[in-house]
Design a protein around this ligand. Sequence first.
Ligand SMILES: *Cc1c(COP(=O)(O)O)cnc(C)c1O
Length: 428
Amino acid sequence: MSERHIETVCVRGAYQPKNGEPRQIPIIQSTTFQYETSRDMANLFDLEASGYFYSRLQNPTCDTVAAKIAALEGGSAGMLTSSGQAANFFAMFNLANCGDHFVSGASIYGGTFNLFNVTMRKMGIDVTFVRPDCTEEELHAAFRPNTKALFGETLANPALTVLDIEQYARVAHAHGVPLVVDNTFPTPVMCRPIAWGADIVTHSTTKYMDGHGVAVGGAIVDAGKFDWMAHADKFPGLCTPDESYHGITYAEKFGQGGAFITKCTAQLMRDFGSTPSPQSAFYLNLGLESLHVRMPRHCENGQAVAEFLSTRPEVETVHYCGLPSDPYYKLAQKYLPNGSCGVVSFVMKGGRPAAETFMRNLKLAAIETHVADAVTCCLNPATSTHRQLTDAELDAAGIPAGLVRMSCGLESKEDLIADMAQALDAVK
Ligand SMILES: *Cc1c(COP(=O)(O)O)cnc(C)c1O
């Protein structure tokens, strides 16, 4: 299937029913799975055989949808999580232990910033944030002997900075660590980070993949390209025996293509249990079946709205990498040649109060803590998702107080622009 075009993988990937089987992925709504002998069970518990025994670790419905996402990203293995937060936490905690360190772009989703900056620090895992447009030398300088990964978002939420994936991969690999890329906003339809050198790709599937505001979820995909054993000293969790599974060594037993996801499932899902429900995985798959049709329309609407906003005197700046005036236009031409997404960020001239008046007057666009949905919605990050950031951190992350994040849905672009025009008129 992986040789087929992405449109075909969206619709047909991972699930190919045989004669007389259901056309749609069956929802295996079962917590457990039964066996004839306790020996069968023991082999599963020891990871000596593959199969299902308890849905906290693995479930067939979830695995099928995870395999489709892995195929879409061009990876070797994938898993679903109960949220995008869980996906990013698992991806990093699968690499870094207490006493370790990782490097992250500063221009990332507010929830991820807080996870890295507050919660993971409490666990003894240190992070250095680098400016989105830092030089390669600055990026190198952020690494330490105990650095275990480099993290960035392909297209940052909500700053909309574009990650130079090849550069990040080059630097990460020079330090013997993997590059982890959150590819939530472009989805694999608009960009496939693995093709540019990323080793691990994460998603909040809550966004475009679901696309209908139905289910919170996340996914992790391993490219299967990182040679853990060549850096065994850095990654003891993958390269030395796991006593909780009778001394198996993930990188040896499951190879380069399977070690990361197997360890993540066997240890982190076992212990933290951030498991998606089979029902949610089923909904997610419905979103995936039309992802390739929806993304270009989101991009078309985003481009039209960004162009419109650029003409308005009430608007100070518009961030959209599809605008030739945008600082990330050149990078976007390389990594997102067919479009980026439907999210447009812009800064109102009057700051916070102007943003508030504008949003209050919108009739079509909804005010929601959501993004990347069929329904157009908007948000002022400084008073919502990024509340926990100080003004200095907001500026460092490229999110001034008057910034509005407008997520263009699938409505008519003429109607969206008319709605925004009358709301902007009200600001004067
Ligand atoms: C929303 C989002 C997350 C967090 O995902 P949830 O599903 O809300 O937990 C992580 N990264 C990015 C880029 C996001 O947009």
